[in-house]
Design a protein around this ligand. Structure first.
Ligand code: NAD
Ligand code: TYD
Length: 347
C-alpha cells in the first residue's frame, strides 16, 4: 500500500510515522509537510533512511503542489494530519488556520477525487473533539453531537470535517474521520499545556494557568491515538466518523500538579518549589470549559481501547523531555522564541 501522510513532521504525524514505518515494511510512506514552526525533521531521524519512507516539502494550501504530489506518488491511502493546531495562535492570527486547515483539506480532497477515477483510495481525516464546542459538568461528546466550535482553530477543523463528509456523500469518495481528545507525548511542541509545563518546571520558570485552572480536558497518549487511527483505517466503516478518547478527564490545575510531582521525582527537584511556580493568568477568550469523549463506538465496532493512563503516560513524557535536551534546544529558537516573547512575555 502507498500511504501519503500529510503533516508528518509535526507532533502526532511524526509519532505515527515512527511507529508505522518500521512496523509495516510492506507499505511505502511519503510524508508531505510544509515545515512550519511546528514541524521538526529531527522527529524523524530514526526512520529518515528507511527504504519505505521519503519526505517532500509540500504546502497543502497550494493546489499545484498537491496535484503534483498525487500524480507522482499515486497513494492508496491518505492520512491527513497537516494543520495549524494551536488554539491560542488561532486567536491571535487566524489566517493561516483558514488557509491550511480549510483550503489545504479542500485541495487534498480534490486531488483524492481525481485520483480515485483511476484507482481505489481511502482518505482518513484526523480531527479533534474541539469541533463539538464546550460541555457543562455532565455528559460526553458522541459521534452525533452537534458541531459548535468556539475558536478559529476548532471552526477551521469543523469546516474541514464538513468538507470531508460532503466529498463522501456527494462524490462517493471513501473517507473516514476521527475526532480525538487532547494528545500528549514525545515531540509535542512546547506551546501546548503539557510540554510547556514540563519544560518551564525544569527551568524554574512560571507555570501559567489560564483562569482558575478548572477547565477539563480528556488526555490521550499519542501512541494510543496512532493505534486508533490504524484501527479505523483497517476496521472502521467507510463514510463513518469515530470519536477517540482516553477516558482520562482532568482539570488543568490537577494536570499541572501531577506534572510538578513527576518532574520533581524524575529530575530530582523539590516539588514544593515547583508548585510555587504556578501563576494564574488571564483566561483564554472563548475558553471551552470541558471536553469529554464517549469512545464506545470505536470500542464496540472495532475493539480499540487506550493502553496508557496519565499515571504511566505523563511519566513517560516527562522522561522523554528530560532525555532529549537536543530536541528541546532545537525548538527553542527563531519563530518559537518570537512567539513566546509576544504572547507569553512577562508570564
Ligand atoms: P502540529 O502543529 O504539531 O503539527 C502540524 C504539522 O502540519 C506540522 O508539521 C506543520 O508543518 C504541518 N502543516 C501545517 N500547515 C501545513 C500546510 N499548509 N501544508 C503542509 N503541512 C502543513 O499538530 P499535531 O498536534 O501533530 O496535530 C496533527 C493533527 O491532529 C491536526 O490536524 C490536529 O487538528 C489533529 N489533532 C490534534 C490533537 C492534539 O492534541 N495535538 C488532538 C486531536 C486532533
Ligand atoms: P492546549 O494544550 O493549548 O490544548 P487545547 O486548547 O487544544 O485544549 O491547552 C489545554 C488546556 O490548558 C486548555 O484548557 C488551556 C490550558 N492552558 C493553560 O492553562 N496554560 C497554558 O499555558 C496553555 C498553553 C494552556
Amino acid at each position: 500500500m502507498r500511504v501519503l501522510v500529510t503533516g508528518g513532521a509535526g507532533f502526532i504525524g511524526s509519532n505515527f510515522l515512527n511507529l508505522s514505518v518500521p512496523a509495516r515494511p510492506q507499505d511505502t510512506f511519503l510524508n508531505v509537510d510544509a515545515l512550519t514552526y511546528a514541524a521538526n525533521l529531527k522527529n524523524l531521524e530514526a526512520i529518515e533512511r528507511a527504504p519505505n519512507y521519503s519526505f517532500e516539502r509540500v504546502d497543502i494550501a497550494d493546489s499545484a503542489q498537491v496535484d503534483q504530489c498525487f500524480a507522482g506518488f499515486e497513494p492508496d491511502l491518505v492520512v491527513h494530519f497537516a494543520a495549524e493546531s494551536h488554539v491560542d495562535r488561532s486567536i491571535v492570527a487566524p489566517d493561516s488556520f483558514i488557509r491550511s486547515n480549510i483550503i489545504g483539506t479542500f485541495n487534498l480532497l480534490q486531488a483524492a477525487r481525481a485520483r480515485r477515477t483511476k484507482s481505489e483510495l481511502l482518505f482518513l481525516h484526523v480531527s479533534t473533539d474541539e469541533v463539538f464546542g464546550s460541555l457543562g459538568s455532565e455528559g460526553f461528546f458522541t459521534e452525533t453531537t452537534a458541531y459548535d466550535p468556539s475558536s478559529p482553530y476548532s471552526a477551521s477543523k469543523a469546516s474541514s470535517d464538513h468538507l470531508v463528509r460532503a466529498y463522501n456523500r456527494t462524490y462517493g469518495l471513501p473517507t473516514k474521520i476521527t475526532n480525538c481528545s487532547n494528545n500528549y507525548g514525545p515531540y509535542q511542541f512546547p506551546e501546548k499545556l503539557i510540554p510547556l509545563m514540563i519544560l518551564n518546571a525544569l527551568s524554574d520558570k512560571p507555570l501559567p494557568v489560564y483562569g482558575e485552572g478548572t477547565n477539563v480536558r480528556d488526555w490521550l497518549y499519542v501512541a494510543d491515538h496512532c493505534s486508533a487511527i490504524w484501527t479505523v483505517i483497517e476496521k472502521g466503516r467507510v463514510g463513518s466518523t469515530y470519536n477517540v478518547g482516553g477516558n482520562n478527564e482532568m482539570k488543568n490545575i490537577d494536570v499541572v500538579h501531577q506534572l510538578c510531582r513527576l518532574v520533581a521525582e524524575e529530575a530530582g527537584k523539590n516539588e514544593a518549589d515547583l508548585l510555587e511556580l504556578i501563576t494564574y493568568v488571564k483566561d483564554r477568550p472563548g475558553h471551552d470549559q470541558r471536553y469529554a469523549i464517549d469512545a464506545s463506538k470505536l470500542k464496540a465496532e472495532c475493539g480499540w481501547e487506550p493502553t496508557e493512563t496519565p499515571d504511566t503516560g505523563f511519566r513517560k513524557t516527562v522522561r522523554w523531555y528530560l532525555d532529549n535536551p537536543d530536541w528541546v534546544e532545537s525548538v527553542r529558537s527563531g519563530d518559537y522564541l518570537r512567539w513566546m516573547e509576544q504572547n507569553y512575555g512577562g508570564r
